[in-house]
Design a protein around this ligand. Structure first.
Ligand SMILES: *[C@@H]1O[C@H](CO)[C@@H](O)[C@H](O)[C@H]1NC(C)=O
Ligand SMILES: *[C@@H]1O[C@H](CO)[C@@H](O)[C@H](O)[C@H]1NC(C)=O
Ligand SMILES: *[C@@H]1O[C@H](CO)[C@@H](O)[C@H](O)[C@H]1NC(C)=O
Length: 369
């Protein structure tokens, strides 16, 4: 009877792999959605993170503000970022003083990246100002860290991203071709420059398997690995041109998954071999924006031009779509809802999104059972 324990264990593994995952019942049933309105009109919630306080924190792109949503009570708070430099000229008012989005004027630096640091604080991007912002979650105190003066040519694309390292926060300066490491203890900003000129470093995360920072090169069409202890950067070209790899936030075994914004789908890199595979969404021209995975390994992604939560199931290699229920679009000048954030909140097994043009943050219940 020596087989019993081992083979029962193996059987268990087999069964758990073969059983259809209940979490894949991703219907568009409106009762599975919960929506929160932001307090200030046209704040434009753009990126989300879970704070050390287990609240959802949002960086707004249409105002220089940070929002906090308590998922348990539903309380929404909003706080201004105390910038001390003049407002940069934003694309919102480039056209002869005639703004693209009427009424928004100079009130926004178009920032869209927020992430919890390993030091217990929250950090956010400075958009066109290209400065790092620090939020103390318990006191809600917000400070602008620098670099000072800012390198205003550093983030003209205004989409960048960040990820915490063991002793500091990494962020990309997309148009400056730099990945910068802000050291929590010394306040030093340490720059790393990819070998490819004007590569457009954008999305990033630390891979738990090797402790390196892996990042996308939007214009360079490559994935890069930064060993920040030695400063060495290794680049891996995508197998097809002009895919526009952007946000990279999903780790699955030896793979890292990223969205290909211009290629309209997802990509994954094997962190051992550097081999890159591409997966194209069956829905054309939706411009994928951000990816995140749930606890069952399903990969979710937002798309700039589609009012949906999109997902990909690696086991079955299937793409799917969840439709976000209709609501009132408040910033009429902008296309659809402009859903950019895609953020998994493990505490309640929900997938959170932010609708820039509707001024709303919401979540979708992954397992309604
Ligand atoms: C799928 O989810 C819906 C709610 O959206 C629920 O009513 C239904 O029972 C679920 N079906 C299965 C097979 O789990
Ligand atoms: C925006 O700022 C610029 C430079 O400070 C200024 O010239 C312009 O009038 C401002 N536009 C609006 C709509 O406030
Ligand atoms: C997510 O939640 C599940 C269920 O509560 C828990 O078992 C798991 O450890 C959590 N994962 C993380 C990364 O916190």
């Amino acid at each position: 009877m020596g087989y019993s324990k081992l083979s029962l264990g193996l059987l268990g593994v087999l069964v758990s792999h073969l059983a259809p995952a209940a979490a894949q019942n991703f219907t568009s049933d409106p009762s599975r959605f919960k929506i929160f309105e932001l307090l200030e009109a046209e704040s434009g919630p753009c990126d989300l993170c879970t704070g050390p306080d287990d609240a959802i924190w949002a960086q707004n792109i249409l105002t220089d503000t940070i929002a906090r949503i308590d998922p348990q009570t539903g309380t929404v708070e909003e706080y201004p970022i105390p910038y001390d430099t003049p407002a940069p000229t934003s694309i919102l008012n480039l056209v002869d003083g005639d703004t693209l989005a009427p009424g928004l004027g100079n009130r926004s630096a178009l920032a869209c990246a927020i992430h919890t640091g390993s030091d217990g604080n929250i950090y956010a991007a400075g958009g066109l100002r290209n400065q790092l912002v620090k939020i103390v979650p318990s006191t809600r105190e917000i400070t602008v860290l620098g670099p000072n003066p800012p390198n205003e040519l550093g983030d003209l694309l205004f989409f960048n991203d960040m990820w915490t390292g063991p002793n500091g926060m990494f962020f990309s300066q997309t148009t400056a071709n730099k990945v910068t490491y802000y050291h929590y203890d010394t306040g030093v900003f340490q720059d790393f420059t990819p070998p490819t000129p004007a590569s457009g470093p954008l999305g990033m995360r630390i891979y738990s398997g090797d402790g390196n920072l892996w990042f996308t090169e939007f214009f360079g069409n490559k994935i890069a690995k930064l060993d920040f202890r030695s400063g060495e950067i290794t680049e891996y070209p995508l197998p097809l041109p002009e895919m526009g790899p952007s946000v990279l936030r999903v780790e699955e075994g030896e793979f890292l998954w990223f969205v290909i914004t211009l290629g309209n789908g997802l990509g994954r890199i094997n962190t051992n071999t550097g081999k890159i595979d591409l997966y194209f969404s069956p829905k054309p021209l939706e411009l994928p924006a951000e990816d995140d995975a749930d606890r069952d390994g399903n990969i979710f992604f937002s798309a700039f031009l589609s009012d949906t939560i999109n997902y990909y199931v690696p086991q079955s290699q299937e793409f799917g779509t969840i439709t976000i229920p209709d609501g009132v679009v408040v910033a009429q000048a902008l296309p659809p809802d402009v859903p950019i954030a895609m953020h998994y909140y493990n505490t309640t097994n929900t997938m959170w999104f932010a609708l820039v043009a509707r001024n709303q943050v919401g979540y979708y219940v992954l397992d309604p059972a």
